[in-house]
Design a protein around this ligand. Structure first.
Ligand code: NAD
Ligand code: DAU
Length: 331
């Protein structure tokens, strides 16, 4: 199988490439990545010789066409991915997430290539904190932020290209990922690296917002389950029943880093901050037989704390610029 992985130098994409090289040596991989602030060739260093890396933009029609023509399957991770950035400047989100996905869809339509679209549970908006409900594939789209609305737009493009042009596509909507190679702008690595730098963790608002955490390797094994066994035109929700308040996560990181559990600061809230996400992954489990490998969030978090301690050379170049951006937002 020949695979084009867009966004393969980002957090989830690079972990997907590592896992694929390790577990499926017969798969040939081309990575297409623009190396924005969020992408880094260093994330692919351990698999450098096993991958054909192409620096380029998914909105580049000619380049996308040339690469799509060479593969059997496109796995589309590339996106602007951070909510806080989308509140400051939505334009790159419109460009990469909507126009970029459109460009890929047109190429797979021309070449008859199978397409798997990586998306997010944020397209469904949020749930009340005290509501036992979870997102299902039938939940109404109701995105809150510029980021999530551009991801919702890209999902709708994939659905329309499937129905109107008959392309062979699948979509997966996953909950919050954690693990190695995640940019330090994101919640968990920001707090781990703040503590390494002697800075107290920062919780937005009350810290009561809930996210449904899944280890990045579990997300990627589910993506492979969809590529292998998913039905064309279907949407699969990916999650591993990992709901925690942000306060609980920060307390766990503090404990794992040898600090008192209340050694954090509450800072101003994110505008429009989604309250709670929760995934019902029963379709993925029953139809495709997928199960997560990471049994315990606490163990996965401990391994992640260890990874950031051991890999300062990877994250240090991102840290000052990221914190300067947050200072501008007062968070
Ligand atoms: P990331 O920001 O770490 O990586 C994104 C990658 O895409 C970077 O390497 C970047 O250089 C590349 N990229 C961005 N715009 C590009 C363009 N125009 N052309 C080519 N490359 C471009 O993001 P991530 O957290 O790894 O997320 C990957 C995908 O998974 C995204 O589609 C995101 O919406 C989705 N997702 C993320 C999460 C999560 O918790 N992080 C959860 C569910 C879904
Ligand atoms: O649900 C999937 C989504 O998860 C993905 O689609 C996004 O790409 C990914 O970034 C993530 O979005 P969130 O906005 O949930 O992730 P973030 O890491 O930015 O924040 C997680 C929670 O932590 C959120 O409630 C905001 C809060 N937070 C974040 C930061 C950076 C803090 O309390 N303090 C912080 O310093």
């Amino acid at each position: 199988m020949r695979l084009l992985v867009t966004g393969g130098a980002g957090f989830i994409g690079s972990n997907f490439v590592h896992q694929t090289v390790r577990e499926r040596p017969d798969v040939q991989i081309i990575v297409l990545d623009a190396l924005t602030y969020a992408g880094s060739e260093a994330s692919l260093a351990p698999v450098h010789d096993a991958v054909d890396f192409r620096k380029g933009d998914i909105t580049d029609v000619d380049l996308v066409d040339e690469l799509v023509a060479q593969v059997d399957v496109v796995v589309h991770f590339a996106a602007e991915s951070h909510n806080d950035n989308s509140l400051r400047d939505p334009w790159p989100f419109v460009q990469s997430n909507i126009i970029g996905t459109y460009t890929l869809l047109e190429a797979v339509r021309r070449h008859g290539t199978r397409f798997h679209h990586i998306s997010t549970d944020e397209v469904y908006g949020d749930l009340e904190l005290d509501d036992p409900a979870k997102f299902t594939p039938d939940t109404r789209y109701n995105p809150s932020s510029p980021y999530s609305s551009t991801k919702a737009s890209s999902d709708l493009l994939v659905r329309a290209w499937t129905r109107s042009f008959g392309i062979h596509a699948t979509i997966s909507n996953c909950s919050n990922n954690y693990g190695p190679y995640q940019h330090v702008e994101k919640f968990i690595p920001r707090q781990i690296t703040n503590l390494i730098d002697g800075v107290r963790p920062k919780l937005y608002g009350s810290g009561q917002n809930v996210r449904d955490w899944i280890h990045v390797e579990d997300h990627n094994s589910a993506v492979w389950a969809v590529i292998d066994r998913g039905r064309a035109g279907e949407t699969y929700l990916i999650g591993a029943d990992g709901e925690h308040t942000n306060k609980e996560v920060v307390e766990a990181i503090l404990e794992l880093s040898g600090h008192a559990r209340d050694d954090y600061d509450l800072v101003s809230d994110r505008p429009g901050h989604d309250l709670r996400y929760a995934i019902d992954a029963s379709k993925l489990r029953t139809e495709l037989g997928w199960e997560p490998r990471y049994g315990s969030f606490r163990d996965g978090l401990a391994a992640t704390v260890g990874w950031y301690r051991d890999n300062e050379a990877w994250w240090r170049p991102q840290k000052d610029e990221t914190e300067a951006r947050y200072e501008g937002l007062g968070r």
